[in-house]
Design a protein around this ligand. Structure first.
Ligand code: PEP
Ligand code: MN
Length: 337
């Protein structure tokens, strides 16, 4: 349930409504817009009579939200949420591009790749140090040593760093190196990880699960917000379908659907979305044209020798060409890059 306060409601009236709800055992989350304050009421609201609340001074409207997620819904926060990661803002006019290898492999690889993606215009460096691999025999990542290499390469290029955290116990370690913490597709419904990230004090990039509906994905985002972290960016990365011609089916339609249902920024990962190098630029262009707030792109200085996801990683020149194309597309949709 949400309580929409009147534009003229003063702080005393807002506090009075909050106090009444807290007294009844509800958690209250406040969304302060330019015009008005909206209160999100979390708890068993079935027994709460909207009429009772609407009589309180300063209350304009009490609305039951039919979706199971509340705090991430547009109804609760009609404006767009801006998520700041150092000097970069997701959800505003700029289309924010994060790029880098699937995994950090060694110092030379990450430094060369970081320099190349920075020169092409990427704002964040991506790269995994802890890798969720389908096979236990595949490269599992360099662990903490990889985090240190990523941090140094990002600093050298003046870039923010996004990297994956696999386990709740690793959150403080990864948060010590990264500017943004990625939750991988396989962990979208790892609720103990989401709870821990609620307290991490760093923005979270929440990837869509391999077979997750948009509603399940938004409910995972709701877990993060309820646990105390409002800085959540969603990432569409393709889903499992019956189609086998591509690694996953990139659900471009998820982008406008999310934009309508949620105030959170949504970006797209065309690399995992399609899984085949020569098709990545087309999916990246389509996602941006569809309204994505950014991209997460795998780029490797020598993709044919990559230890993970080489087949979907762009050569630096391909990434440069993609960025040049995006610079032509974004003005048409009122954005910048
Ligand atoms: C990745 O970004 O390298 C990754 C493992 O992605 P996903 O969780 O989407 O498979
Ligand atoms: Mn990958």
């Amino acid at each position: 349930m949400i309580v929409v306060m009147a534009p003229a409601a003063d702080a005393v009236e807002v506090e009075h409504v909050i106090a009444r709800l807290v007294e009844r055992g509800f958690d209250v989350h406040r969304s302060t817009g330019a015009e008005r304050t909206v209160l999100g009421v979390v708890g068993p609201t079935a027994d709460l009579d909207p009429a009772e609340l609407s009589l309180l001074p300063g209350v304009e409207e009490v609305v039951r939200i039919s979706s199971p997620y509340k705090l991430v819904s547009r109804a609760f926060h009609p404006g767009d949420t801006l998520v700041r990661v150092r000097d970069v803002t997701f959800g505003g006019e700029e289309v924010v591009v994060a790029a880098g290898p699937c995994s950090v492999e060694n110092e030379d690889q990450i430094r060369r790749t970081a320099a190349a993606v920075r020169a092409a215009g990427a704002r964040l460096l991506r790269g995994g140090a802890f890798k969720p691999r389908s096979s236990p025999y595949s490269f599992q990542g360099l662990g903490e040593e990889g985090l240190a290499l990523l941090r140094r390469a990002a600093d050298e290029q003046g870039m923010a760093l996004v990297t994956e955290v696999l386990d709740p116990a690793q959150v403080p370690l990864v948060a010590g190196y990264a500017d943004m913490l990625q939750v991988g597709a396989r962990n979208m419904q790892n609720y103990s990880l989401l709870r821990e990230l609620g307290k991490a004090g760093k923005p979270v990039l929440l990837k869509r699960g391999l077979a997750a509906t948009i509603e399940e994905w938004l409910l995972s985002a709701e877990h993060l917000v309820v646990a105390g972290n409002r800085d959540v960016v969603l990432c569409e990365r393709g889903i499992r379908t019956f189609e086998t011609a591509t690694r996953n089916t990139m659900d471009i339609s998820a982008i406008p659907v999310i934009e309508k249902r949620s105030h959170l920024p949504v970006i797209a990962d065309p690399s995992h979305g399609v899984g085949i190098r020569d098709k990545v630029p087309a999916m990246a262009r389509a996602a941006v044209a569809a309204g994505a707030d950014g991209l997460l792109v795998e780029v490797h200085c020598d993709p044919d020798r990559a230890l993970s996801d080489g087949a979907q990683s762009l050569f630096p020149e391909q990434f440069q060409a993609l960025m040049d194309q995006l610079r032509i597309i974004v003005p048409a949709i009122g954005r910048s890059i």
